[in-house]
Design a protein around this ligand. Sequence first.
Ligand code: UDX
Length: 432
Amino acid sequence: MNITVIGTGYVGLVSGVCYAELGNRVICVDKDAGKIAALQAGSIPIYEPGLQEVAAANAAAGRLSFTTGLAEAVRESDIVIIAVGTPPMPSGEANMAYIDQAALEVAEAMNGYKIIAVKSTVPVGTNERLRELIGSRTDERFDSISLPEFLREGSAVQDTMYPDRIVIGADNREAAATMTELHKPLTDNIIVTDIRSAEMIKYASNAFLATKISFINEIANICEKVGADVTRVAEGMGYDKRIGKSFLKAGIGYGGSCFPKDTRALIQIAGNVDYEFKLLRSVVEVNQDQRFNVIRKLEAIFSGQLRGKTIAVWGLAFKPDTDDVRDSPALEIIQYLVEAGVKVRAYDPIATSNFQAVYGKEGVVWCGGAMEAAKGADALCLLTEWDEFAQVDLQELQNTMWRAILIDGRNVFKEEDLLGTAFIYYSVGRPA
Ligand code: UDX
């Protein structure tokens, strides 16, 4: 099939590359000329395992190309997939400006029947609204499809090539059949629904996963008080198939480009139809508070005297295997520490420059390695569970630090790892 994907962010780029990998001819479009030039030269702007290789192979095979020329790309395609950003506005509501703009440009370029699918996460009713918008600008026939995306950063290629399910929201049988055909090589779990339900599935899925995380984080906070171990509690819960094992890792809360944005958007969507989503409000509140779990421990250890202390921070990305720092708990934690007069020594394997772009460079000592960051520190806070942190020599770490105090915000270490060391060790939801 001939496909145009509009938007080369995480979702658009990974989807475009993977549709090409399935043997389709794909044109990826973006307004950012610099980004397109880089992509044409074979450079992938995001850190995503495997993406570079798959993109290069498909570009070389002539199935994948990049352009700023939206109209021309649309004219050459049977399917147009819109995957532009829907960043949150101050109210939490998703900003539809980019999507509307893309839809209008597609409408202007129409030269025959096309399927126009929306992969961006959009409020319920958006696809119907876009259909009217496009329909008002063109006489050509087209069908609207909602095609929600469930990929995770860090495993985006894997998630796209081996998805748990594909959801197709359609109100036209032939269009649904074409989209089913396109995705058939990926999975047998293709669910065709009406358009509004498909739009809702994305929000409901992310809100549910966020709820699982906030739930286990609250259980962890209680475990700390009653002397239980949340990792064993989660394990014991997870064997129940109705609960499942995944997304029950306690820590300092979720971040990233999706959960924070989509939970707030769903609260707003519900509010717009006079429904207060009380449960989800609490999920967001718990998540906001959870990042201070680490701070509360530091305050307790140093009896509130943080000023002048040197604290090492390991991990700036919102999760491992990505350089993304959007809504990363590290942002607020570091800001709090710096404002409290702490000398922060920070290290992340790949996310430092992205972090600096959001946070700024001032007030923090940026380190090129984990041991370097720990040098002379009064305490170490582990905020992202990068593999390399689990591999460090704890004896060497202890010798590098001024005081052997380790606050593990992601429960990376086990009790036996610390045997034979002098570490005072705190984690989340486990006995100190
Ligand atoms: C998420 C969804 O998983 C994906 O389906 C959707 O398309 C986009 O949003 P992503 O944001 O890439 O993907 O990351 P994910 O791996 O889901 O983790 C999100 C956050 O939750 C991270 O900050 C992570 O540290 C945290 N998390 C995850 C936990 O704290 N505990 C867990 O058990 C799982």
